[in-house]
Design a protein around this ligand. Structure first.
Ligand SMILES: [Zn+2]
Length: 103
């Protein structure tokens, strides 16, 4: 059981059945495109999607990261938490800043 599953279990135990149910079908509610953005820590997702108010960014990240292979940067090949997507590739924050400087 991963962190996300134990979170659902905890909600079921504390009586938050609706929340647990919502999270159980989250894969159908949020498309892979948005999932990629969540993995890249792109919070514009919060404005683009209609999400329940109790759903925090942390919960979304926990869900998205569970089967994210890795957020390995296309340029430096390192795994980073923060970054952005450029044409479908993850670029870490540091490399993105370098890139902008060179432009
Ligand atoms: Zn990088």
């Amino acid at each position: 059981m991963d962190e996300f599953e134990s979170m659902i279990l905890k909600m079921q135990r504390t009586g938050d059945i609706d929340k647990a149910r919502w999270l159980e079908s989250i894969d159908k509610k949020i498309s892979p495109m948005f999932k990629q953005k969540i993995i890249a820590n792109d919070k514009s997702v919060l404005r683009e999607l209609i999400l329940p108010s109790w759903l925090t960014w942390d919960i979304l990240r926990t869900w998205a990261m569970r089967d994210a292979e890795t957020s390995r940067c296309t340029f430096c090949q390192e795994e980073k938490d923060e970054g952005m997507l450029y044409r479908g590739h993850f670029v870490c924050k540091g490399c993105a800043e370098e890139f902008v400087k060179k432009m």
